[in-house]
Design a protein around this ligand. Sequence first.
Ligand SMILES: NC(=O)c1ccc[n+]([C@@H]2O[C@H](COP(=O)([O-])OP(=O)(O)OC[C@H]3O[C@@H](n4cnc5c(N)ncnc54)[C@H](O)[C@@H]3O)[C@@H](O)[C@H]2O)c1
Length: 413
Amino acid sequence: MQTLKLGFVGAGFIAKFHAQAIAQIREIEIVGVVSQKGGDEFVKLVKELGIGDCKIYGSIADMANHVDAIAIYTPNFTKVEIIEEIVAAMKAGAQLKGLICDKPLARNMAEARKIINLVEEVNVPTAYFENQIFMKAIRSQMQQLAPQQETMGPLMLTRSAEEHGGPHMPWFWDPTQQGGGVLSDMGCHSIAVGWYALTPIGKPLDFLQPVSISCDCALLKWGQPHWRHVLKQKFGVDYSKTPAEDFATGMITFKNPESGQLVKAQFTDSWMFEKQGLRLFMDGMGPGYAFEVNTLSSSLQVFIGDAAAEAVADAETALEKATASRGLLAVQPNEADLYGYTDENKDAAQNFLAGRDGFLSWQYGLEITKLVMAAYMADEKGKTIDLTDPATLQELETYIPLIQQGRGGEILY
Ligand SMILES: NC(=O)c1ccc[n+]([C@@H]2O[C@H](COP(=O)([O-])OP(=O)(O)OC[C@H]3O[C@@H](n4cnc5c(N)ncnc54)[C@H](O)[C@@H]3O)[C@@H](O)[C@H]2O)c1
C-alpha cells in the first residue's frame, strides 16, 4: 500500500494532535518536521507512536525535497511567509503532491487571495483542514437522516457552537497576530460546519448561497480588570490596550438555488465557557426530524474527590482545555477521532495520492475567510450585511476588522 510521506511545519498543540490522529490510519507516515521550537519532542512522539522515521530539517526548502506533502501547523501570522517558502522550493524543483493548512486559511481576504495566487503558480493540490466537517457524528447523522431528507425535505436550521475557557498560547490572544478573537479562531469552525450540515445531501459544498449575515461580538469576561490582570500575568497580553472579542454569535441566511427556500445557520463561539473543557455543540432542524451533537457527553466519566485531587497529573489528557481536575469529569478517550482529525488526514492522503485536492480545498478555506470577515463587518457596522451585493463583496476584499488592527478598544469597551 502506498503511503503519503508527510512533513510538518510546526510542532505545537495541533501538530501533536494530528500525530495522534495519523497513528489511527494507514495512509500517512510523518517523515520530517521544521519548527521554531519543539522539534525534538515531536520526533520522540512520532517514534513512540511508530508512525514514521521523522527527521528535523533546518529549512522548509530542505524538507520539501524529502517529503511527498507538507502540512502547515504554525501560528496564523506566519502562514503567508511559510507558503511563500514552500512555493519557492517547488519552483526550485521540489516535487510535492499536496499542501495542508489547518484552519484558518488566513487572517483576512487579502492574505487568503495571496495564498491562493501563490499555490496556483505551482498548481499543487491543497487540503484545508476543517476537522468538524469530518466528525463521525456529523457524517453519521447525515447518513441516518438521508431518508428523512429525501421524503420530508432538507434541514431548515443549524446551530453550531465551539466554546472553551480560552486558548493555550499568547499569540492566539493577540488580535493582530491571530486575526481577531474567538470569531476568527473558532467562528471559522462553526460557520463551516453549520453551512455543511445545512447543505442538502449530495449537493456540492457551495450549493447553498450565502445571502446575508449578522453578528454580535463582545468582550464579556477577559476585559474585566481582574481577568485582564490574569491574562497579562499568564500570557503577557494587555487587553486594556489591544483587546479581542471572547464571545461572538451570529446568523447566516442561505438560499437554496433550486427551490428558492431560505435556510439559516446560527453560530456561537466563546473563550469564556465555564464548564469541564472544550464543548462542540451542533444541532439541526428539518421538517419532522432533527439531530444533536454534544462532545461533552461521553460514555466515560471519572470522579475525583478532594482528597485525591492532588494526584491528578494532567487534566488535559482527559479533555482538551480541561479547566478542572476534581469532581465528576467527562473523559473522551479518543479526542483526535471524535473531533474529525483522523478522517481529515485520511481524506487528504487518499486524494493527494490520487493527484487531487482534499475534500475541502484552500479555495473553500477562502470562502470561510470571507464569511468570517463579513461577520466582523456586520458587528462593526451594527447591521445585517447583504452578501449578494457586489459592492459589499468588493469591500470585503480589502477589509481588515478594527479588532485585527489592534483597535478593538474602540468597539469592545
Ligand atoms: N483544527 C483545530 O481544531 C485547531 C486546533 C488548534 C490549532 N489549530 C490551528 O493550527 C495552527 C497552529 O496552532 P497550535 O495551537 O498548534 O499553535 P502552537 O503555538 O501550539 O504551535 C505552533 C508551532 O509552530 C512553531 N512555529 C512558530 N512559528 C514558526 C515558523 N515561522 N516556522 C516554523 N515553525 C514555527 C512553534 O515553535 C510551534 O511548534 C493555527 O493556525 C491554529 O489556528 C487548529
